[in-house]
Design a protein around this ligand. Structure first.
Ligand code: OAD
Length: 268
């Protein structure tokens, strides 16, 4: 993407200015994407896949049609992603948001990530728009949406692909939102409400191109929120950001939190 919007250098002065905006905020919100988990070793969606999976496009694997056509292929891809995740730990970016919540008193984190790392770090109010890769559900949602299935209760031949739903026999799938699927209604509704009421929106590590999550920073901006972006590369959000810090989440967020803590300590 060509960078036509000014980026904000990550200087102490600029971080202190952003810290002051956060300090004055009554209703801050954080919106995160795959970029915040990159420093935990989880590839973003726009990164090329490694090794065996390099020949596949995630956008072709993460669809109900792909699962119908080849449940084993999609299941195996998620097994690979889960193995990556099993070794992943929250990084300084996730932890800085926990500290930000502590300093501000409240902070809603709206994430497109399915990795559960915000919750693992200790953020207490996380809206997971795209589900949670650690959970599974019946592909037919035969007992209501979602019909969660606990894999530890099932016995099946793992080499043959996904297990079957014990209620109806449909294949079991990860409880994540795939392309062409609707987001969980309650989570999406709350995310819009939070963004409509936010006075500061901190947007971290998202390309801002997958809807409807991509429209949330725009909703906040239209309602008058101050938008602060953290992303090493320009994104679809950069143009509406009041400040767009050009840096990695694991570097910028801890420094921002330190600036806020210092401001709160020394404020006259
Ligand atoms: P993307 O993979 O589209 O974008 C990742 C963003 O993170 C890019 O803008 C990178 O520049 C930025 N980035 C990379 N390293 C970073 C770092 N260390 N710190 C901060 N930012 C960094 O990920 P998302 O925007 O989250 O949807 O993608 C949105 C959705 O598209 C995903 O949730 C998924 C995918 O298809 C579904 O699965 C429904």
């Amino acid at each position: 993407m060509t960078d036509r919007s000014p980026r904000t250098p990550v200087t102490l002065e600029n971080l202190r200015a952003a810290a002051r905006v956060l300090h004055a905020s009554r209703c801050p919100v954080v919106l995160t994407g795959a970029g915040i988990s990159k420093e935990s070793g989880i590839p973003t969606f726009r990164d090329a896949l490694d090794g065996l999976w390099a020949q596949y496009d995630p956008q072709q694997l993460a669809t109900p049609g792909a699962f119908r056509r080849n449940p084993k292929l999609v299941w195996d891809w998620y097994t690979y992603r889960r193995e990556l995740l099993a070794q992943a730990q929250p990084n300084p970016g996730h932890r800085a948001l926990v500290e930000l919540e502590r300093l501000l008193g409240c902070l809603v984190v709206i994430t497109q990530n399915v990795d559960g790392l915000h919750q693992a770090a200790g953020s207490s109010d996380v809206i997971a728009l795209h589900g949670d890769i650690r959970r599974n559900k019946c592909f037919a949602n035969c007992q209501g949406d979602p019909t969660l299935i606990d894999l530890s209760t099932l016995d099946w031949d793992r080499a043959s692909g996904p297990p079957r739903c014990p209620h109806c026999g449909a294949p079991v799938r990860p409880d994540v939102v795939w392309f062409e699927e609707a987001l969980p209604a309650a989570a999406l509704e709350r995310a819009f409400r939070v963004c409509e009421n936010a006075d500061v929106a901190l947007v971290v590590g998202t390309s801002g191109i997958v809807q409807p999550a991509a429209s949330l920073p725009f909703v906040a901006k239209e309602r008058g929120a101050f938008v602060i972006e953290v992303n090493p590369a320009p994104s679809a959000i950069t143009a509406i950001a009041d400040w767009s810090f050009a840096g990695a989440a694991g570097e910028v967020l801890p420094r921002l939190v330190t600036a806020l803590a210092e401001w709160e300590t020394h404020e006259p």
